[in-house]
Design a binder for this molecule. Structure first.
Ligand SMILES: Cc1cc2nc3c(=O)[nH]c(=O)nc-3n(C[C@H](O)[C@H](O)[C@H](O)COP(=O)(O)OP(=O)(O)OC[C@H]3O[C@@H](n4cnc5c(N)ncnc54)[C@H](O)[C@@H]3O)c2cc1C
Length: 419
């Protein structure tokens, strides 16, 4: 659990924090080898989610550790946690790859649920949000394209155009290729939120794009292949290449309105911006625990590893990195709670640019302390490292966050100089 002073946290929240800690440490971490064993090998890995995940979901629900990402202000039945509080819970969930999945707090479903809760029509909520909140179905968000630099979303070229249907009504037709679409390999993935261009000639580049709900079984949707992350394919969820060829869906599947895709993706990121960071802190904590446990057991040249000065230095540096990382995310969360997400953009970008790098350093040291076992399948470290490394791209490349920090810093300095 976080080393932060608990003074500012309510007893009710602390009980939740304790329940989450117990659940992740005793249930999720214990279930990790069971997940791998049930997943098995070969093509069968894409056919079903290992049953242990649903068993964990049932336990998390019974403990009240369910849909904690969703604020009451967005949806009745949501929770009233602050960004700070939910961030602390994300840190705990991040300790196990199964933590977010078990509690229905995993990306990309959380972002998609937030979009539907915020902008969905009553029918869109009934058909997609409710089963997602219940984990009866899963979802994907399809924005990135192989053909264009997708960290600048104005580049996205998948076309969304209106057409007539046989009954004289109107549909939208979607054509384009996407890749890195997380969850698309999941047999339970029943819906895509597709970001495409609907009005290329609009003079405002931020009014050209639209988000459309596409049921996964619509003719023309093809999941082509899973991409690998340093060799990991993340089955059964995957990050897949998906093509959309003359995919026709009703106009009523548009989210928020035509040309409002940028508003939707901004809203989708919302407070979710810092959750990956806080989970990264949890991953680093787990790596440090594994490191400390290991160096106390292993002997080199007649002494325990833990007695070597260089090893102690690694432990100390790792503790420093974790605390620095945690403080950056907590600072961003507290600012979001105090003045709102928009006013906390610099702090959010700072956390995003820095935290994955700090966490990676900790995991890398832990790998080193484990020797060859550290890069193998026998510890979770190699997979944790690969997952963390993707954050420096998947959550927006570092450079995009650095650009934002510089822009806001210069703006602030100019403002100060004028006062
Ligand atoms: C594991 C994983 C899961 C993902 N899941 C999803 C998903 O579910 N849905 C989805 O749509 N996408 C997903 N993505 C894709 C991810 O969002 C994109 O990879 C990311 O937005 C970057 O886009 P790109 O790969 O096209 O890189 P590009 O835009 O081509 O950028 C390449 C590089 O250019 C540099 N660069 C970019 N902008 C700047 C700048 N302003 N200044 C200087 N340098 C710059 C950076 O070094 C960057 O890494 C996922 C990616 C990964 C790795």
């Amino acid at each position: 659990m976080s080393s932060l002073p608990v003074g500012t946290l309510s007893p009710k929240f602390r009980a939740l924090q304790e329940a989450m800690t117990k659940f992740v440490n005793e249930e999720c971490i214990r279930a990790e080898p069971i997940f791998e064993q049930q997943l098995g090998r070969g093509e069968g890995r894409w056919k079903r989610e290992p049953p242990v995940v649903n068993e964990l979901r049932a336990k998390a629900r019974a403990l009240g550790l369910w849909n904690l990402f969703l604020p009451k202000s967005l949806y009745p039945g949501g929770h009233d946690l602050t960004n700070y509080e939910y961030g602390l819970l994300c840190e705990i969930m991040g300790r196990s790859v199964l933590g977010p999945l078990a509690t229905n707090c995993n990306a990309p479903d959380t972002g998609n649920m937030e979009v539907l809760a915020k902008y969905g029509t009553a029918e869109q909520k009934r058909r997609w949000l409710e089963p997602l909140l219940d984990a009866r179905i899963r979802s994907a968000f399809a924005m990135t394209e192989p053909a264009v630099a997708s960290s600048d979303a104005t580049n996205i070229r998948t076309s969304i155009r209106r057409d007539g249907d046989e009954q004289g009504g109107e549909v939208v037709v979607i054509n384009g290729d996407k890749w890195w679409i997380s969850n698309a390999g999941n047999p339970e993935c029943k819906v895509f939120l597709v970001f495409g261009v609907s009005d290329l000639d609009n003079s405002d580049p931020h009014r050209r794009h639209t988000v459309v709900i596409v049921p996964a079984d619509t003719p023309g949707v093809e999941v082509k292949r899973p991409m690998t992350v340093y060799g990991y394919d993340d089955a059964p969820y995957g990050h897949c290449e998906v093509s959309f060829v003359d995919v026709r869906v009703p106009v009523s599947n548009i989210v928020l309105g035509e040309g409002r895709g940028f508003e939707v993706i901004q809203g989708r990121l919302g407070p979710g911006r810092i959750h990956h960071c806080m989970r990264a802190v949890g991953m680093a904590e787990r790596a440090l625990e594994l490191m400390v446990e290991r160096v106390q057991r292993r002997e080199v040249f007649g002494r325990k590893l833990v007695e070597q000065g260089v090893v102690q230095d690694n432990v100390a540096r790792s503790r420093l990195d974790i605390e620095s990382a945690r403080m950056m995310v907590v600072h961003a969360a507290l600012k979001m709670d105090a003045v709102g997400t928009k006013q906390a953009m610099k702090e959010i970008s700072m956390a995003k640019a820095q935290v994955p790098k700090l966490a990676l350093r900790v995991v890398d040291r832990a790998i080193q302390m484990f020797g060859a076992a550290g890069v193998s399948q026998d510890t979770p470290l190699a997979a944790i490292w690969a997952g963390l490394r993707t954050l420096r791209l998947a959550d927006g490349p570092d450079e995009v966050h650095m650009r934002q920090i510089a822009r806001l810093e210069i703006q602030e300095q100019k403002h100060k100089a004028r006062l």
